[in-house]
Write a protein of this length. Structure first.
Lengths: 330, 326
């Protein structure tokens, strides 16, 4: 049976208006925006991990938060199981909140320091009235803690976040995310703050839930090696846009966009004798308030041509399950 | 370390601090220029001034060496004796302070309570409507009030509401010479006199509280657990009150406890401007008149209140914030 599409995003945009001083608004009517996400399309199926990768500030995190409607989208459409949730109000959104969850990067920030593990993990059930009795609530929390391998659960339930290690905290965050049995989880760099030794365990855990509960994941990272480890497909983001997307192995083994090539050549290889072609990027990503005209990447691109400065390239098919947006390819 | 050990440790620390305070207190006033009895004696008939001063100096033991005076002072304090006023000869200091203390506690207690309630309320409103008119006005008005010198605002109030408009009395705590048929009438007159000093105190300090509350809340708003709470499906109100405000209140609780510790110290400037018969004005008068025993005793009392408030704040904090360990 074909896996169902859980999340579909069409032409998603999130522009943050810039707060300016009183005098600046007095003298010019022009409104300025940070174009954090500027026209992003993708879909994620059941049991599929879609990875968004890119430099800091390219809009990966904003994309995830916008899909979960934690920030309001400026334009575009978000579909959950085929339902348009782009403009649902807080109340109408509530049934969907149960089915989509988020895991944050920093487990020291994502858990409220004044709540116990029990309060944190049980709150989604309490808010959405997903339990019959106190006993059931306690059992469900215990099960969730067992599922994330915080065993025995009684030992962890009444502790506070500061009494746990980073890995344990992230497990609590995951228990909180899976307790409502969501269909979609956005994992925003879930392991980048953790010790390397526990990264694999956390990723294994997420992979197990994917298979057991048919979860669709949006995996956000700047670390292409963990991306390959967990993801099925990938989208490379640059300045609010996806520049290359497709099957993870195809994109990483045969990158077509110069930006993807540069990212991949920046991964250290643990073999000093190996010679390889390095693509070194010059400069910093441009200011997302004034993205460059034409292809956003052209000021840093080693192959930039005249057309790149004028017109934005379309996404074109460059192979089976592999797309890229670059004038060199069309 | 358990709660008991922590408490004992804190109380010992407090006692040491109080000892340091009373010592500084003693030497500070004796280092001030001038003779405590000169002004007092100026009003006496001419001729035997020198002899009079010598008699008073001997009477209060000020001819003894400084270290001996210090030891006597410490000994008396430990026995609960605060001595007699230099100025109102023969009147015990404790009587002078007890006369003033209720007035200060009523004025400062009311002002502090109102300040905190109003300040926090405005801070919460501002943070909840960030960038909107309510927020911007709170910040602008808050900063303005925060920067106004209190004695100046007091004088403006006296001029405008007391002198020009005649709504409130210019000074004092009760109308002089008025006959009160029952305690209620007395209370009304008292509160009527208190309105202006209390309003001035609240206005000048509430601005700061609003700004601090707003900042504390905005800090918490950017934490990931606020987004987590939203993702759980909590409505805005619950996120605001249960997750944001509860965490933002932590630093405020300490400040609340500390500001109540300062209630007993009175408000030197406000009480002086409005001729309020309280501890603040006593401090001012005592300093001007070299009335060492009075000022020393008042400082001693204030130090005890502030140190006790500190200890209470720490205990409260530990109770509210699970991260604090002893």
């Amino acid at each position: 049976m074909e896996n169902k599409t859980v999340i579909k995003v069409e032409n998603l945009r999130k522009w943050f208006p810039i707060r300016r001083s009183f005098f600046a608004t007095l003298f010019s009517k022009e409104e300025l925006y940070v174009k954090a996400v500027d026209g992003v399309d993708f879909e994620i199926k059941e049991r599929e991990v879609f990875c968004l990768a890119g430099e800091s500030g390219c809009g990966k995190t904003t994309t995830a938060r916008t899909i979960l409607r934690l920030v309001e989208p400026t334009d575009g459409k978000i579909y959950f199981d085929g339902d348009d949730i782009t403009h649902l109000k807080t109340k109408e959104l509530k049934p969907y909140r149960i089915k989509m969850q988020i895991i944050f990067q920093d487990p020291y920030e994502s858990l409220n320091p004044r709540l116990s593990v029990f309060d944190i993990v049980s709150e989604p059930l309490q808010v959405n009235k997903l339990y019959e009795s106190q006993r059931e609530l306690k059992e469900k929390v215990a099960t969730a803690l067992e599922e994330v391998e915080l065993i025995p659960p009684e030992r962890f339930m009444y502790r506070f976040p500061h009494e746990l290690s980073g890995g344990q905290r992230q497990r609590v965050a995951i228990a909180r995310a899976i307790i409502t049995r969501p269909r979609f989880i956005a994992a925003d760099e879930p392991v980048s703050m953790l010790d390397v030794s526990i990264r694999a365990e956390i990723l294994e855990l997420m992979d197990r839930f994917k298979r057991e509960f048919n979860i669709a994941y949006l995996y956000i990272t700047h670390d292409l090696s963990t991306a390959r480890y967990v993801s099925d497909r990938i989208g490379i983001m640059y300045l609010g846009k996806i520049v290359e997307t497709g099957n993870i192995d195809k994109v990483l083994d045969d990158p077509q966009h110069p930006y993807t090539q540069a990212l991949i050549s920046a991964i250290p290889v643990p073999d000093p004798t190996m010679k390889r072609k390095r693509v070194i990027l010059r400069g910093e990503p441009p200011n997302p308030i004034y993205p460059p005209p034409g292809c956003r990447f052209h000021p840093r691109c080693p192959y930039a041509k005249d057309v790149c400065k004028e017109k934005e390239p379309e996404m074109v098919k460059v192979g089976e399950e592999h797309y890229a947006a670059c004038w060199l390819l069309s | 370390m358990g709660m008991r050990e922590y408490l004992i440790k804190r109380i010992i620390q407090g006692i040491v601090t109080i000892f340091v305070v009373i010592s500084i207190n003693f030497f500070l006033f004796r280092a001030m220029p001038g003779n405590p009895f000169m002004r007092f004696i100026e009003s006496q008939p001419r001729g035997k001034v020198k002899e009079m001063v010598d008699i008073y100096i001997k009477l209060f033991g000020l001819d003894k060496p400084l270290w001996e005076q210090y030891l006597i002072y410490i000994k008396n304090l430990l026995m609960g004796k605060f001595g007699y006023s230099f100025r109102q000869v023969g009147v015990p200091v404790s009587k002078i302070i007890m006369e003033r203390l209720p007035n200060t506690l009523i004025l400062m207690g009311t002002a502090t309570t109102l300040t905190i309630i109003i300040g926090i309320a405005f801070g919460v409103i501002a943070a909840g409507r960030r960038g909107e008119l309510a927020d911007i006005s709170t910040v602008v008005v808050g900063l303005t009030l925060y920067s106004i010198p209190i004695f100046w605002l007091g004088l403006v109030f006296i001029l405008v509401f007391g002198f020009w408009l005649g709504w409130f009395p210019l000074w004092g705590m009760i109308t002089p010479g008025k006959y009160f048929s029952n305690p209620f009438e007395y209370a009304v007159d008292y509160l009527w006199h208190m309105t202006m000093p209390c309003t001035v105190l609240v206005l000048v300090s509430a601005g700061g509280w609003a700004l601090i509350t707003r900042n504390a809340l905005l800090d918490v708003f950017t934490e990931d657990y606020i987004l987590t709470a939203k993702a759980k499906g909590l409505d805005e109100r619950t996120v605001f009150y249960k997750h944001a405000l509860r965490n933002a209140m932590l630093p405020l609780v300490t400040m609340i406890a500390l500001s109540f510790g300062f209630i007993a110290s009175g408000a030197v400037l406000t009480e002086t401007v409005f001729s309020w018969y309280g501890i603040g004005r006593l401090l001012y008068e005592g300093t001007m008149q070299h009335d060492y025993p009075v000022v020393q005793a008042a400082f001693f009392m204030i130090a005890i209140c502030v140190i006790a408030a500190n200890i209470i704040a720490d205990i409260l904090y530990a109770y509210l914030d699970p991260r604090v360990k002893y």
